[in-house]
Ligand binder design. Sequence first.
Ligand code: ZN
Length: 277
Amino acid sequence: MTTTPCIITVAINGSVPRKKDTPAVPISVQEMIESTHEAFEAGASLVHMHARDENENSSSDPEVFRSAREGIEKHCPGMIIQYSTGARGRELASRGGMLDQSPDMASLATGSVNFPTFVNENPPSFIDDLAQRMLDYNVKAECEIFDLAMLYNAKDLVDRGLLKPNPHVQFVMGVRNAQPARREILEFELSELRKILPDATWTAAGLGRHQLEVNHWALELGGHCRTGLEDNVKFDKTRLAKSNAELVARVTSLCPEYRRHPATAAEARAILGLTRD
Ligand code: ZN
């Protein structure tokens, strides 16, 4: 039986505080590398990472990104590495400061939106500058769609030459104060995506208790999946996830039901046009 590959992204750490209830969130570079390696073995082919400082706060320290990347490249051959340029706790000017390392990918939120307790602030000129930096350093953007307008903003970036015509788009659902995790919304956005960016690839992420149901929707609708402790520290209603690998393994186990299989790193690179010589 032939099956269609699904790129499983593992969002290893985000800005989740590692209090006693979330011991599995990797903070140090060594922890990031080990957690990513386990997730890679469980089926992840793309890692989305944030840098954290010794107080566990979000950081823009380029050395953290560089060291984590080096370790991951060594232990997880071919795995796609994506740096976060996300807003939380960081100054605008520093959020793209590590793109000169030319990681495979970086996240690019294409608009501003309220998050649970702060504004995910992405002014138009800032988005343009970040997109231009990604072009300059040959970094593929993953457009983060937290609300409907951001989808059309991505198209606008393509029209203005700031994004290549085959972007990778991620629908993020279930962040409080942003778009909810409703299948009708995802289906509508997909129908729009096919009209306005027919060459785009897509993935979806559900936050908190929505993580698993959004994984199911994405597998069924032909997209790619994101999981990981950044989005959800629980495995189910009764217990915390043991690790990023456990959440990845859950998606891997769902794949056959939808005639999918976890993409190998090489398959993921081919799908995203990231083959390098
Ligand atoms: Zn993130």
